[in-house]
Design a protein around this ligand. Structure first.
Ligand SMILES: Nc1nc2c(ncn2[C@@H]2O[C@H](COP(=O)(O)OP(=O)(O)OP(=O)(O)O)[C@@H](O)[C@H]2O)c(=O)[nH]1
Ligand SMILES: [Mg+2]
Ligand SMILES: [Zn+2]
Ligand SMILES: [Zn+2]
Length: 401
């Protein structure tokens, strides 16, 4: 069963909906369902829910491009739950969905900016390509862009063209945010007794740290956390007092991320009981933590200098697979590092959420920015794709080694 690229819910095989996207349509009006799910006003023409004439008929397929009853323009398929457009082919695709989470300034948006570039390199090294998926945004709303335009303007340009930090992400009520959807080409895989070709899609949603720190009273537009295949919880180790006071004089701490406790609590609420996705707890800005090896400290310098540790080795980009053994070793090492850093309560809190989880050490930039400007030495990401690979392995889009 495929998934919606926006609310991330499974798409049942016999539930369909179509909507008119013509802004000149006589019945063009506020779409209350889409508005609740996006947290921002969305408009639409008439919408029709389509169900099979005979209940349970698995072979029934509705006409998804029939004429609008008001303006006769062809309608288009939308998600039966949240009414976000479903581009052609989504129902047969293998969809992996990722939701970013974390307090303010923990590195979520910079992660997306650079991870997409790394993903392109990784795929290219393995004779595949990554393309923004057309038709996955809402043309129904003026100002809502395509994946390509949204990524380019809000993520790629600030980091790569201007070497600037990204502005804090606006909350949903301040600015329209769209899921970004990437087409990773087709893969052949075994399903039951046969081998089938499936298009692989990756949908990523960013949020404002501010919004997940203090949840709005109506959080319908954040329900996607419950359905995401991977929730990337960014944790800035510099926010830990044990790290902060040791590194205060060595790395800039003015952009330190916010307190993760409230956010983790809210995430637990948003995921609810029975969430089936994976939780990747990502220690971001790991370059700064590496600086602990130079601090005269009987506890930390030996730990960070340990050349055999998984967290001092980067992972390789060859092969479309996730190194499961390396991943579980890294998790064990990071759990003991977090314990050393007095973050035991955080570890227990993560355990109590009751979803499959792993810890990751990531540096997006490779070094701390100076003021608003990124290092002129360039961006040198470290272990950036590990959480992405783990999530893609979880949905079967890549394999385990
Ligand atoms: N040293 C270091 N700093 C980083 C790294 N990644 C992000 N930062 C710093 O963290 C700041 C915040 O990054 P963002 O990606 O904008 O944070 P965010 O989580 O999206 O923040 P909100 O949108 O406010 O929720 C950046 O401006 C950098 O100063 C990294 O890999 N290393
Ligand atoms: Mg952001
Ligand atoms: Zn949906
Ligand atoms: Zn119409």
């Amino acid at each position: 069963m495929s998934k919606c690229l926006s609310c991330f819910r499974p798409l049942p095989d016999n539930e369909f909906a179509v909507a008119c996207g013509n802004s000149e349509c006589k019945k063009w009006d506020t779409d209350t369902i889409a508005t609740a799910f996006m947290g921002h006003e969305c408009k639409s023409g008439p919408q029709i829910e389509l169900t099979p004439p005979k209940e349970g008929d698995k072979r029934w397929r509705p006409d998804l491009n029939g004429p609008c009853p008001e303006c006769s323009k062809p309608m288009r398929e939308v998600c039966p739950t949240c009414r976000h457009p479903l581009p052609a082919g989504v129902r047969d695709a293998l969809v992996t969905t990722i939701a970013m989470c974390g307090a303010r300034s923990t590195g979520k948006s910079v992660y997306i900016a650079v991870a997409i570039q790394q993903l392109k390199r990784w795929m290219a090294d393995n004779s595949r390509s990554v393309k923004p998926m057309p038709g996955s945004a809402r043309p129904f709303v003026p100002g809502a862009d395509t994946t390509e335009g949204f990524y380019e303007a809000s993520y790629f340009s600030p980091v790569y063209s201007n070497l600037q930090i990204i502005k804090p992400t606006a909350t949903t009520s301040q600015r329209f945010s769209i899921p970004m959807v990437w087409d990773l080409g087709t893969i052949e895989r075994r399903e039951g007794m046969s081998r089938v070709s499936r298009r692989v899609l990756l949908a990523i949603r960013d949020v404002a740290g501010e919004e997940v720190t203090t949840l709005p009273s109506d959080a319908t537009h954040l329900e996607f956390f419950r359905y995401a295949d991977g929730v990337f919880f960014m944790f800035d180790p510099l926010a830990l007092p044990a790290v902060h006071h040791r590194l205060m004089d060595i790395v800039p701490t003015n952009m330190t991320g916010g307190d993760p406790t409230a956010v983790l609590h809210n995430l637990q609420q948003l995921m609810g009981a029975g969430a089936r996705g994976r939780l990747a707890v990502i220690l971001s800005k790991f370059d700064a933590l590496h600086a602990l090896k130079d601090v005269e400290d009987a506890v930390f310098s030996p730990v960070m200098q340990h050349q055999g540790a998984a967290f001092v080795r980067d992972t390789r980009l060859d092969g479309l697979h996730y190194d499961d053994a390396d991943g579980s070793l890294l998790t064990a090492e990071l759990e003991s590092l977090m314990t050393l850093l007095d973050a035991k309560d955080f570890l227990l809190h993560v355990d109590s959420i009751g979803v499959e989880h792993r810890y990751f050490a990531v540096s997006v930039l490779g070094s701390s920015p100076k003021g608003n400007t990124l290092s002129e030495m360039g961006i040198s990401p470290y272990r950036l794709l590990d959480p992405l690979k783990w999530t893609l392995a979880g949905t079967g889009a890549i394999s385990l080694t």
